[in-house]
Design a binder for this molecule. Structure first.
Ligand SMILES: [Zn+2]
Length: 156
C-alpha cells in the first residue's frame, strides 16, 4: 500500500482532474445540471473538505498514521475508531470505511454545534452535501489506491 506521502500526492492529483472536469462542464455551459448546481461556493466547499479529508480523515486513521497524528491533541476523538477498526479491515471497505468516518465526524461536529448554540437551516444543505461528497471521494481514492497498489505488488 502507498505511504502517507504517496496517498496525499495521488489524492491531490485526482482532485486536480476532477476540478478540471467541473471547470470544463460549467465554464462553457457543456452540462446544464452542472451549471445549475455547481456554483463557485459549492465547488470551494467540495474542494476544501476533499483536502481536509485527504490530510485528516484518511481510512488510515485505524493506525498511528500521519492523518491520525495530524490531529495532535484532538487525536483522542479518533482513538475509539482506531481501537474498533483493524487496519485495512472494515475501515478500508469502500462503503463502511467512508461511512463510519463521516458518521464519527458528524457526531463530533453536531456536538460542537450544539455546544456553541449554532442552528442549521435548509440553506446549509447544499454545502453539507458538497462537503460530504468531497470527503467521501477523498477516502474512496485512498481505498482504490491501496487496492491497486497491493494488486500490482501481487503481480510483480
Ligand atoms: Zn490505507
Amino acid at each position: 500500500m502507498p505511504g502517507g506521502k504517496t496517498h496525499d500526492t495521488i489524492n491531490i492529483a485526482v482532485l486536480t482532474v476532477v476540478l478540471a472536469g467541473i471547470f470544463y462542464l460549467t465554464m462553457w455551459n457543456v452540462n446544464e445540471l452542472a451549471v445549475r448546481y455547481l456554483d463557485i461556493y459549492t465547488i470551494a466547499v467540495f474542494s476544501i473538505f476533499y483536502l481536509f479529508a485527504t490530510f485528516f480523515l484518511s481510512p488510515d486513521l485505524d493506525i498511528e498514521s500521519k492523518p491520525y497524528k495530524r490531529w495532535k491533541m484532538f487525536r483522542i476523538l479518533w482513538w475509539p475508531y482506531k481501537v474498533i477498526f483493524k487496519h485495512r479491515g472494515l475501515s478500508h471497505n469502500p462503503i463502511i470505511g467512508p461511512l463510519s468516518i463521516v458518521i464519527n465526524l458528524a457526531l463530533i461536529v453536531t456536538l460542537l454545534l450544539l455546544l456553541m448554540g449554532v442552528e442549521l437551516h435548509q440553506g446549509h444543505l447544499r454545502f453539507i452535501v458538497a462537503a460530504t461528497i468531497g470527503m467521501v471521494l477523498s477516502m474512496e481514492v485512498h481505498i482504490i489506491s491501496d487496492f491497486l497498489v497491493s494488486k500490482m505488488k501481487s503481480i510483480f
